[in-house]
Design a binder for this molecule. Sequence first.
Ligand code: PLP
Length: 402
Amino acid sequence: VFSNVPGAPEDVVFALTSSYKADKDPKKVNLGVGAYRTEEGKPWVLPVVKKADYILVNDDNLDHEYLPILGLESFREASVKLILGANSRAIAEGRAGSAQCISGTGAVFTGAQFLSRHYSVKGASCYISRPTWVNHRAIFEGVGIPVKEYPYWNPETKGLDLTGMLAAMDSAPSGSIFLIHPCAHNPTGVDPTPDQWRQIADVMERRGHFTFFDCAYQGFASGSLDKDAFSVRYFVERGLEMFVAQSFSKNFGLYSERAGNLTIVAKSPTVKNRIESQIAKAQRAVISNPPAYGSRLVSLVLNDEKLYGEWEKNLSTMANRIIDMRQVLFDELTRLGTPGKWNHIVDQIGMFSFTGLKQPQVKVLKEKYHVYLTDNGRISMAGLNSKNVKYFAAAVDDVVRN
Ligand code: PLP
């Protein structure tokens, strides 16, 4: 019965990690996967997460009963507060809702599935940035929403194509869905400035578009949770309705625990309640109810002042190490006199840098230097450390010159 099933291509990032693991060269460098690594190149269990782990393991009152369909209440409330800000008018007015989901991916899926069934503008397309995280297209197309792109990256300036982005928003049919990265854009590392966010909000509001923020890196971009939430909070201030997918994979280092949340900002408490009820109905048929462990850890930290303060310090450690690596890489390329301008390495923020390296250069990096990165030239800055950054810079210098 399955003989006609065609094989599907392997996921590029996961395939890259497999090739890296199979590579026996001691100089190999993995800049593919977007996961934090320490100066020693190792995964990092955040010290605050270790503390929360200890508290959970020693809590005799915890059991393994099902969570409610929409997840752990204390986790959901804290997640909403984290992204919207404790003083958000949407929270005060009782129109901010939530659903715990299977991490950031599940939150994007849950929101997309809801829109495919209940969005009032029939046949509306979802516009995703060009380029974006590969799963955006797959998720929206998977639930039957047509996907279009808006310009984002300007290869000339290696920065934001604001003009192209605003023009696309202006000309899209009114009521379109726009998937927007609120901070630490993946893959480019290029974010709008506060003034540019104002211009974006103007068009979104004027054209009646729906904002779907995908927030996978709060606290990771600048090290400040509030600064990284600026765009979301600003859109709320402007009175816009929205969904915000939140991932705790990167900012808590909880990649495999699948802790995520979909924050909903609706026009009124009644509408918010109805949206939550539909999401609960849909979620029941997909996962029944979300997993508890990761959300318990996050909830413990977000709801305890002392642990929260420690978490902020852990976030700064990660963000600052990445910022330092940007500087070291830039300095080294400058020292080598590598042809081209490299200031975008230090201007971009968050986990990734979009180097501007072309596919044939990426191929040489992989085959000759055992450096693994995606074909679009994106590097995960967290994969660099003081032991491999000079080796990487020399390899880049070689592929750019030859
Ligand atoms: N959205 C973006 C833009 C991402 O970069 C990622 C992870 O790389 C995710 C969502 C989802 O991450 P997860 O499902 O691991 O929380």
